[in-house]
Write a protein that binds this ligand. Sequence first.
Ligand SMILES: *Cc1c(COP(=O)(O)O)cnc(C)c1O
Length: 401
Amino acid sequence: MEKSYLESMPDEKGFFGTYGGAFIPPELEKPFADINAAYDEISKSFDFIHELAKIRKYYQGRPTPISYAKNLSNFCGGGQIYLKREDLNHTGAHKLNHCIAEALLAKHLGKKKLIAETGAGQHGVALATAAAYFGLECEIHMGEVDIKKEYPNVLRMKILGAKVVPVSFGERTLKEAVDSAFGAYIEDSENTLFAIGSVVGPHPYPKMIRDFQRVVGIEAREQILEMTGKLPDSIVACVGGGSNAMGIFSGFIDDPCKLHGVEPTGKGTKLGEHAASLTYGKEGIMHGFNSIMLQDEEGNPASVHCVASGLDYPSVGPEHAHLKTIGRTIVGTANDEEAIDAFYKVSRLEGIIPALETAHAIAYSMKLAKENPKEMILVNFSGRGDKDIDFVTENYEIPKI
Ligand SMILES: *Cc1c(COP(=O)(O)O)cnc(C)c1O
């Protein structure tokens, strides 16, 4: 029998077509091979799957519901918008889905510690939560600039028992935090698992994180069929690294549904003004994998801008590059202004404050619903916006009724 898409992608070397792979220093080859072998084993293990299912149900609060956004749909005057409510997942976003699974994998491998980088601190908080749950040590590397900007998340990580390591070289943001975390991991790969925060990085992470997030798509497919008796015409998700998008897409990949990944076009089309890697980037290797990325003249990762710090990444998971190249996904965009407008609209009309990342997916869905009156649209509502209210209200006035 022919293999399904998910069984055949990626290949054994971690390639999705020409994208992906593992471009790592020799000293990391052995630890990454071990992780790959362990994942291969546990992904088929009844005990692992059963334990993960139990935690998802009794600790995370899954399944998360789907809500029909009636008022928002009426406002758009056309298509019907449904929201898969990852904001109701414990810690308020989809990230805990893969962090819990990575921590369980670390336990299985006999590791004592989780290590990772964080930009805005969202991945750090989710990982610190998973580490606390499993009684693992947790070390989060974070640029000094980000520590200042995202201080509430630094406090959350510390309250949860994680050690936050300030990174004081270079631009002191995410890119240097990745280098710092990798360095610390190389020193102690024996006792540590490197816990990447999206469908990025060297093989097997893009595959592993996709599989861990797939629960979103599996639940959503069942729920929407039960609610409406049919499949959505379109599935929409925002794309930073691409984990929440791959999570929901993978549940519908063999169905005749259009899959839209929404990238942030920030405040303009010039390099440095946006983080729309698939829209404006080209093929290149960074952080250990080949994908489509935004590069400066020397071929280094470009600086990027987006009002949502979780979408602020100059590349994208290799599977997104592949799916775009073969024409299976549609790359959409939303800029800062549209995201802010959607942030206030969905809050006011539905009583749900979205994360600014999620607001990009909502903004695009609103455009889609206006243009396609018959369309049924399912949006992955990746997270709640409590973390963003200070920034938004300080910079953009609350609209009058
Ligand atoms: C981190 C984050 C994202 C972006 O990450 P992906 O890997 O692209 O999903 C999107 N939404 C929320 C709420 C996030 O915290």
